[in-house]
Design a protein around this ligand. Structure first.
Ligand code: MSP
Length: 542
C-alpha cells in the first residue's frame, strides 16, 4: 500500500425541520469539491454531511402533523439525502443524530465529562415567559420591559436545574491552542477576520448550559437523568466525532484514522462560535478523560459568509427568498449540474463578504469559463484533429526538432494546488483553466488551420495539436473536482476513460501520473462529440 495521507472534511449537519435550500447545497458542494480534490491528489478521504434531528422544533412540528418526532425526522432526512444524491455529492456517510450509534457515543462522552468534573450540575437562572414556555435572553427581556413579547404578561424570574460545561476554565488553553496554530502557520479559524472576532470573544466567555428539561423524550438523555436532555447543539457538534469514532470491529470500519488526520469543518458565520470556541473546548476536556487521549483537535474551521438575494437579504426559509430544490433542479436542467457546482464553488461567499445570487452573473460565468473557454477549446482541438488527422491523435515531433513549436507551460499544477491548500476555490478554479487559456493563445499564435494548408507543415501541425490535447487533458484533471461530469465525458473522448475507475477508489494515488506531461498515446482516436457546455443565449432562450 502506498503511504497516503488522509483527509477528513465535514459540513454542518442541517436542521431536519427545514427543506434543503441553496445555503445547505452551497456548503455541501464546496465540501464536495474539496473532498474530490483530496481524492484526486491521492489522499484517503472521508467526507461527512447529514442532519441534526434533536431540536425542540422537530417534536413540536411532529405533534402538529400528528406524527412521532422520529417519523417526521425520517421523512425530512430523506429529503436532504435525496437532494444530495441528485447533486452527486460524494459524502462517505450521512449523519443522523437519532441513530443509535451517535446517541450511544454522545452518552459516553458526556459521562466521561461528568466523571472528570468538566460537566457539573448547577442552576440556570433567567427570565421565563410562562405563556411561551421558554426563557427569554436577558437583553430581550430588558428591551420588552420584562414583559412577554407575545401576551404582554410579566416575565417570571425562574431557575431550573441544568448541567453546565466548564467553558470558562478553557479560556487560557483555548487561547494557547489558537496561538499554537498561528505559529504553525495554519490558523484554526479561517478567514483571518473571523479568527480575530472569535479570539476577542473567547477572552470573555462563561460556562454554558448543556442540557435542558421538558423535551418529552426527544433527544439524548443526560446519563443517569431521564428528565434532562443533552442540549441539541452539544449533541450536534459531537457528530463530527461520533461518526468516525469506530474501530475495525465496527460495521462502520476503522474510521478513527480520519479523525486523527485533523477535521476540516466547513460552516457559515452564523454558527462560528459553537465551532470555534465550544467545540475545541469540549475536545480539550474530552482528551483529558481516560480512554480519550487519542482525541486530537480539528485542523481547521472554515467559516464562509452568506448567499444573499439580489436585495441583500440572507436566503432563509423564513424570508421565503431561498432557492428551493425545484429552483435548483431548474438550474441543473438548463445548464447542467457541473455549471451549478462551478458557479457556486468559485463565485460563492467563501470570504468575509456575502455574495448576491444573480442569474445574470450565473449565465455570464457559465458562458465565459465553461462554454467559451473549456468547452470551446475542447471542440476546436478535436475538430482540427478530425479534419487534418482523420480523428487520430497525431504524434508530436521530437522536442529538439527545429520545426517543434512549444506550448508555453507555466506551473499549472503547483499553482492550482497552492490555491486549493488554502481553500481559495476561486483561484483554484482559475488555475485549472490556465492550461486552456494557454492552449487558446498557442492556437492564436501558431494558427494550425493556416499551417495545415501547406502539406509539408503537417508534422508541425500535429505537434501543435498533440500539445493542445495534452494540455486540455491536464486541464480536465485539474477541473474534475469542479465539473466532474464534463471531464469524465472528455476523458472518454480522448481515450482516458480509465481515469473514472482510477478515481472511484477513495483516494486513488494516481496524481503523479495524471498530471505528468505526455500521457496521451499518438494514434488514439479522438472523438468530437457534442459541445461539453453549449453556449447559453439568454435572449434566444427568452
Ligand atoms: N444544525 C445546525 C448546525 C449544527 S453543526 C454541528 C444548523 N443547521 S442549519 O440547517 O441552520 O444550517 C446552517 C448552515 O447552512 C450554515 O452554517 C451554512 O453552512 C448553510 N447556510 C444556510 N443558509 C445559508 C446562506 N444563505 N448562505 C450560505 N450558507 C448558508 O445551523
Amino acid at each position: 500500500m502506498p503511504d497516503r495521507s488522509r483527509f477528513y472534511v465535514t459540513t454542518p449537519i442541517y436542521y431536519v425541520n427545514d427543506r434543503p435550500h441553496l445555503g445547505h447545497v452551497y456548503t455541501t458542494m464546496v465540501a464536495d469539491v474539496v473532498a474530490r480534490y483530496h481524492r484526486l491528489i491521492g489522499d484517503e478521504t472521508f467526507f461527512l454531511t447529514g442532519v441534526d434531528e434533536h431540536a425542540a422544533k422537530v417534536s413540536e412540528k411532529a405533534a402538529e402533523m400528528g406524527m412521532t418526532p422520529q417519523a417526521w425526522a425520517d421523512q425530512n432526512a430523506t429529503a436532504f439525502r435525496e437532494v444530495f444524491e441528485r447533486l452527486e455529492i460524494t459524502n462517505n456517510d450521512f449523519v443522523r443524530t437519532s441513530s443509535e450509534h451517535h446517541k450511544a457515543a454522545v452518552s459516553r462522552y458526556v459521562q466521561a465529562l461528568l466523571d472528570s468534573g468538566d460537566v457539573y450540575q448547577g442552576d440556570y437562572v433567567g427570565w421565563y415567559d410562562a405563556g411561551q414556555e421558554e426563557y427569554v435572553p436577558d437583553n430581550k427581556a430588558l428591551q420588552n420591559d420584562y414583559k412577554s413579547e407575545v401576551n404582554g404578561k410579566p416575565l417570571i424570574r425562574k431557575s431550573e436545574k441544568n448541567y453546565f460545561f466548564k467553558l470558562e476554565s478553557y479560556r487560557e488553553p483555548l487561547l494557547a491552542f489558537y496561538a499554537q496554530r498561528d505559529a504553525d502557520g495554519v490558523p484554526f479559524v479561517q478567514p483571518d477576520a473571523r479568527r480575530n472576532e472569535i479570539v476577542n470573544r473567547i477572552k470573555e466567555m462563561d460556562d454554558v448550559p448543556i442540557s435542558r428539561s421538558g423535551s418529552g423524550g426527544w433527544g439524548i438523555p443526560v446519563p443517569g437523568e431521564a428528565e434532562q436532555t443533552i442540549y441539541v447543539w452539544i449533541d450536534a457538534l459531537f457528530n463530527y466525532l461520533t461518526f468516525v469514532d469506530t474501530d475495525a470491529d465496527s460495521p462502520m470500519g476503522d474510521r478513527r484514522k480520519f479523525w486523527q488526520a485533523g477535521a476540516v469543518h466547513f460552516i457559515a458565520k452564523d454558527i462560528l462560535w459553537f465551532h470555534a470556541a465550544i467545540w475545541p473546548a469540549l475536545l480539550l476536556a474530552l482528551q483529558k478523560c481516560p480512554g480519550f487521549e487519542w482525541v486530537n483537535l480539528p485542523r481547521q474551521v472554515y467559516s464562509h459568509s452568506y448567499w444573499v438575494s439580489d436585495s441583500g437579504q440572507k436566503m432563509s426559509k423564513s424570508l421565503g427568498n431561498f432557492l428551493d430544490p425545484a429552483a435548483i433542479d431548474n438550474y441543473v436542467e438548463t445548464f447542467g449540474l457541473d455549471a451549478l457546482r462551478y458557479f457556486l464553488s468559485t463565485r460563492g461567499p467563501l470570504g468575509v463578504s456575502d455574495s448576491a445570487f444573480s442569474p445574470e452573473l450565473f449565465i455570464e460565468i457559465y458562458n465565459s469559463d465553461l462554454a467559451n473557454t473549456f468547452g470551446n477549446s475542447c471542440s476546436r482541438v478535436a475538430n482540427m484533429i478530425g479534419k487534418y488527422f482523420d480523428g487520430q491523435l497525431p504524434a508530436p515531433l521530437p522536442a529538439d526538432d527545429p520545426a517543434y513549436l512549444p506550448l508555453k507551460q507555466s506551473d499549472w499544477v503547483g499553482e492550482y494546488m497552492r490555491h486549493f491548500e488554502v481553500l481559495d476555490l476561486t483561484r483554484a478554479g482559475d488555475a485549472a483553466l490556465q492550461p486552456v487559456r494557454d492552449v487558446d493563445s498557442f492556437i492564436e499564435q501558431t494558427q494550425p488551420f493556416r499551417m495545415a494548408k501547406d502539406e509539408t507543415q503537417r508534422p508541425a501541425v500535429g505537434t501543435v495539436l498533440y500539445q493542445c490535447t495534452e494540455a486540455l487533458r491536464i486541464a480536465s484533471v485539474l477541473l474534475w473536482p469542479f465539473v466532474p461530469d464534463a471531464c469524465e465525458i472528455f476523458w472518454r473522448r480522448i481515450g482516458c476513460g480509465a481515469y473514472v475507475d482510477m478515481l472511484a477508489d477513495n483516494g486513488s494515488g494516481h496524481w503523479e501520473q495524471l498530471t505528468t506531461w505526455g500521457q496521451l498515446q499518438p494514434g488514439t482516436p479522438i472523438e468530437k462529440g457534442a459541445a461539453l457546455f453549449p453556449r447559453y443565449d439568454a435572449e434566444r432562450a427568452g
